[in-house]
Design a protein around this ligand. Structure first.
Ligand code: 13P
Length: 233
């Protein structure tokens, strides 16, 4: 069983989510399918797809205009929430510390956080990939977490770029992540790979040890592109 997760980012509509949910009825898969949608598309329920959000407030409730709390996401039928996506880190200055706070709020409300980590091209070229991954894991995952969390490794330079690391690079980083998680007492935490996954590369990427699924951006928006990824494994 693999975890195939779509991240719709700021795309789609309620009608398009309904089309995706309907299209899913036609496939028979043992994989876990999650789609993380903008807040306005939450509220839907499907027996084939779990719904998630893409961000959550780091506060429980109160005077935080424009923010949405973990409890509100639960109230809108979300089961998962992406935290610390690189676009949040880049455009909203989220740090590992903010991400940890958000993940903590999610866990305390019963949501499963999908915690994203990954290096920029500059960091990669400076040979800092493993260092960024290790600090991302140790600083973004709340300490003593007993609840389920999912980790997503997204090399930031490969997102939306139609380019992926080599199979050997993905293998090395995912093994490194699995070892750090084991050292943190989180053995068995699913590790997703994300960045430029599509119907042509998904099966090979998911055959790599310690790749428990994928986090898909652009190719998750339309059933024609997303269903082949789900059916590829
Ligand atoms: P793409 O699949 O469009 O590269 O996006 C990856 C991503 O950011 C998923 O969260």
């Amino acid at each position: 069983m693999k975890i195939i997760t779509g991240n719709w980012k700021m795309n789609g509509s309620v009608a398009e989510l309904e089309i995706m949910i309907n299209a899913m009825q036609s496939i028979n898969t043992k994989n876990k399918v999650i789609i993380c949608v903008p807040f306005t598309m939450l509220g839907k329920k499907s027996d084939k797809i779990s719904i998630g959000a893409q961000d959550v407030s780091s506060h429980e409730n109160g005077a935080y205009t424009g923010e949405v709390s973990a409890k509100m996401l639960m109230d809108a039928n979300a089961e998962y929430v992406i935290v610390g996506h690189s676009e949040r880190r880049q455009y909203h200055s989220e740090t590992n510390d903010t991400v940890k706070q958000k993940a903590k709020c999610a866990i305390e409300s019963g949501l499963i956080p999908i915690i994203c980590i990954g290096e920029t091209m500059e960091e990669k070229q400076a040979g800092k990939t493993m260092k960024i991954i290790e600090s991302g894991l140790r600083e973004s995952i709340p300490a003593d977490v007993k609840a389920d969390v999912i980790v997503a490794y997204e090399p930031r330079w490969a997102i939306g770029a139609d380019l992926t690391p080599t199979i050997d690079e993905i293998s090395k980083t995912h093994t490194f992540i699995a070892n750090i998680l084991e050292n943190m007492g989180l053995t068995g935490t699913p590790i997703l790979y994300g960045a430029s996954v599509n119907g042509s590369n998904a099966a090979e990427i998911m055959s790599i040890p310690n790749v428990d699924g994928v986090l898909v951006g652009g190719a998750s928006l339309k059933p024609d592109n997303f269903l082949p990824i789900i059916e590829s494994v």
